[in-house]
Design a protein around this ligand. Structure first.
Ligand code: PEP
Ligand code: MG
Length: 742
């Protein structure tokens, strides 16, 4: 290890020599070699090392120690550390530290041993014995997977005093640290030494269960429990499992190393997995054993399957930490990494074959098994309730159909913060009517197209309002980047040319030419900064008129049918000037009042705006004159505030910026608090100067990001709105923000 880690000699140099001498002696295990064999091997190692280094390597212990210390510091900048930090949002500027400890030996015969253990089960959270050990071994042997370690419970028989000492020490360490501990120990001649303890990495399920259990045990308070669970981790709990009704046979079984279900095509190297997974392909990484160098492949895989290694092997620990399904130590598989195949029983699988992993049972199946939504348990509900009791920030969801809205409500959303109406238009059978509306040559044509769309919109709204009855729903009026609805300019030009060249019927050519002319007329260089949002509504007032009518008709219909409806909030997007909002407000109010008059009924409603253009934030005091509420569109506010295209930047320079630490985080993922955040703060303050207590929300993607949520809490916003599956994360993050900023 010194030669490899400190001197940088290829590990196979030593491995090969070791394998050779074991073969020569006819033994399988390192520990079967005699003292004389080891003496001989040591001489060989020294010769090989000198050869590799091109000189005499130092045998001065002080010099070796210094070199070892330097190697630890140098490891801070190795590619795997860089990758890990990037994946976990850790700055490279933090630096690292080195501990120097006296050595104890677990390989002094059968009365010595080494192992790893947890004070609770890190997969499930259950308070039970969890760990592995090996007699006559050093720590590296346990994690390297060369010898298969034994279950900790078996240690009671082999080394009873040390075993009971260990149990008592585990309890003590857990009590002292008030958290689940992950420990390494060595036993030298029956005496127990603790090498290390730290708060254990755990699955989301275990995080929730241990937190709830520890509150019940009186070890921690509810507030501490909430601070203990990483919000982003909850994601894993919300992922699907394998349909229990399935009848597929198990082809091989390994250890249930990281829970959840994963379906994907096989990949045989981390680089291949990184490449294919990065492209969006669903892959399962199959390895004899994973090492930290595989981390980039593990991260983008659906799941990991290994032939070797225990529950505490690297693959298992990394996958659990990342919430990636893992089946480890499936000894029944034979991998041919060069040929890129794996043989399980009589069957051989290659890169194009799909398998399903059950990380909760260790089972592996051929093909893609059906998955079912996760069953959320009582502990999860308990934590959610605790979070709701301490948070001051509201949590709503972004949803625009019945399923998503219902899901959001089930997960604890207190309303819909953003229903994007253009998403309702991006449905194949509706597109023709939407195109007609956009391409209409005159108001008459447009009115005809809108008449077709109104009932569809009304039906959409009725669905959402039914799912959310009793809660507020913010419906945003149309905000389409026009190009998303239109034929592509280049393709349409090519089509016309092709028709001309192939002598297509004249009327067909004429029709396509008209479309081309229309597309050309509406073509914009920067559609994201073009005729979007209220700008389109300013040009064509009949669009907001239709939408307002559809909303009110739907609300009245749901009230009639269900005896209850939603809090109707109509939102105008992409406003820059107060005058835009004043004009749009008039159009919407007129349509709404007209529908009330026709129905002979009315209901409460409000009209607000999105703040997603810097000018709107800067003039929020004026805009507030016309608005009953604000909702910050932090996606567009990031785009326009920083001056970067949300369509292009992430694929272009922004990724490099994050990689090179020019900036800390992708501002589309986590709010740029120093820059764009100022616009949000100013918007809230100025808005409330005009209207004290003005309701302010956030509906950009940042509404589901824990760090951003902390900022929104501090900025005094009323609520965040995020995608349905992020609602539990947002509830917990909001509670933690309240606790941290008390
Ligand atoms: C936003 O800009 O943050 C927003 C929610 O609107 P959209 O993403 O639809 O532009
Ligand atoms: Mg927007």
């Amino acid at each position: 290890m010194y030669g490899e880690v400190v001197e940088g000699i290829e590990p196979h140099v030593f491995e090969d020599a070791l394998t050779e001498i074991k073969a020569a002696r006819g033994v399988a295990l390192d520990t079967d070699l005699t003292a004389d064999d080891l003496k001989e091997l040591t001489a060989t190692f020294k010769a090989l090392a000198n050869e590799a280094l091109g000189g005499e390597w130092t045998s001065d212990p002080r010099e070796q120690l210094h070199r070892a210390v330097n190697a630890v510091f140098a490891s801070w900048l190795n590619p795997r550390a860089e990758f890990y930090r990037r994946a976990n949002g850790i700055s490279r500027n933090l630096g690292t530290a080195v501990n120097v400890q006296q050595m104890v030996f677990g390989n002094r015969g059968e009365t010595s041993a080494t192992g790893v253990c947890f004070s609770r089960n890190p997969s499930t959270g259950a308070k039970e014995l969890y760990g592995e050990f090996l007699t006559n071994a050093q720590g590296e042997d346990v994690v390297a997977g060369i010898r298969t370690p034994r279950e900790l419970s078996e240690m009671e028989e082999v080394l009873p005093e040390a075993f009971h000492d260990l149990l008592a020490t585990m309890d003590k360490l857990e009590l002292h640290n008030k958290d689940m501990q992950d420990m390494e120990f060595t036993i030298e001649d029956r005496k127990l030494y603790m090498l290390q303890t730290r708060n254990g990495k755990r699955t989301a399920a275990a995080a929730v269960k241990t937190a709830v259990d520890m509150v019940a045990e009186g070890l921690i308070t509810k507030e501490e429990a909430l601070l203990r669970i990483e919000p982003s981790q909850l994601d894993a709990l919300l992922h699907p499992g394998i349909d229990p009704e399935h009848i597929a046979p198990v082809i091989v079984k390994g250890l249930p190393a990281s829970p959840g279900a994963a379906v994907g095509a096989l990949s045989f190297s981390a680089d291949d997995a990184a490449e294919r997974g990065g492209r969006g392909e669903k892959v399962i990484l199959v390895r004899f054993e994973t090492t930290p160098d595989d981390i980039h492949g593990v991260m983008v895989s659906q799941g990991v399957l290994t032939a070797h290694g225990g529950m505490t092997s690297h693959a298992a620990v990394v996958a659990r930490g990342m919430g990636i399904t893992c089946v480890a130590g499936a000894t029944g598989i034979k991998i041919d990494p060069k040929g890129e195949t794996v043989t399980i029983g009589d069957a051989t699988f290659g890169k194009t074959d799909t398998v399903t992993l059950n990380g909760s049972t260790g089972e592996v199946f051929a093909g893609a098994l059906p998955l079912v939504p996760p069953a959320l348990n009582e502990d999860f509900e308990t934590v959610g309730k605790w979070a709701d009791a301490v948070r001051t920030l509201g949590v709503r969801a972004n949803a625009e159909n019945f399923e998503d809205a219902s899901k959001a409500r089930e997960l604890g959303a207190e309303g819909i913060g953003l229903a994007r109406t253009e998403h309702m238009f991006m449905v194949a059978d509706r597109l023709p009517a939407v195109r007609e509306m956009i391409l209409a040559e005159n108001e008459e044509e447009r009115a005809a197209a809108l008449a077709k769309i109104l009932p569809m919109q009304q039906a959409d709204f009725e669905e959402i309002f039914t799912a959310m009855k009793g809660l507020p729903v913010t419906v945003r009026l149309l905000d389409p980047p026009l190009h998303e609805f239109l034929p592509n300019l280049v393709e349409q030009s090519l089509l016309v040319q092709k028709l001309e060249l192939t002598g297509a019927p004249a009327d067909q050519i004429a029709a396509e030419r008209i479309t081309l002319a229309q597309v050309n007329r509406l073509h914009e260089q920067n559609p994201m900064l073009g005729t979007r949002g209220c700008r389109l509504a300013m040009l064509y007032p009949s669009i907001p008129d239709m939408q307002a009518r559809a909303i009110i008709k739907a609300a009245l219909a749901v009230l009639e049918k269900e005896g209850e409806t939603v809090g109707v909030e109509i939102m105008i997007p992409l406003v820059s000037w107060e005058s835009e909002l004043r004009i749009q407000r008039e159009i919407v109010t007129k349509a709404v009042e007209d529908e009330f008059a026709k129905a002979g009924k009315s209901l409460p409603y409000t009209i607000g705006t999105m703040i997603e253009i810097p000018r709107a934030a800067l003039t929020a005091d004026q805009i507030a004159n016309q608005a009953d509420f604000f909702s910050f569109g932090t996606n567009d506010l990031t785009q326009t505030g920083i001056g970067i295209s949300r369509d292009d930047a992430e694929l272009g320079f922004l990724g490099e910026y994050v990689e090179d630490e020019v900036i800390e985080k992708n501002p589309f993922e986590s709010l740029d608090q120093e820059g764009v955040g100022q616009l949000v703060k100013m918007g809230v303050e100025k808005g409330r100067q005009t209207k004290p207590g003005l309701k302010t929300g956030v509906c950009g993607e940042h509404g589901g990001d824990p760090d951003s949520i902390d900022f929104f809490h501090r900025a005094g916003l009323s609520y965040v709105s995020c995608s349905p599956f992020r609602v539990p994360i947002a509830r917990l993050a909001a509670a933690r923000a309240a606790l941290k900023n008390k």
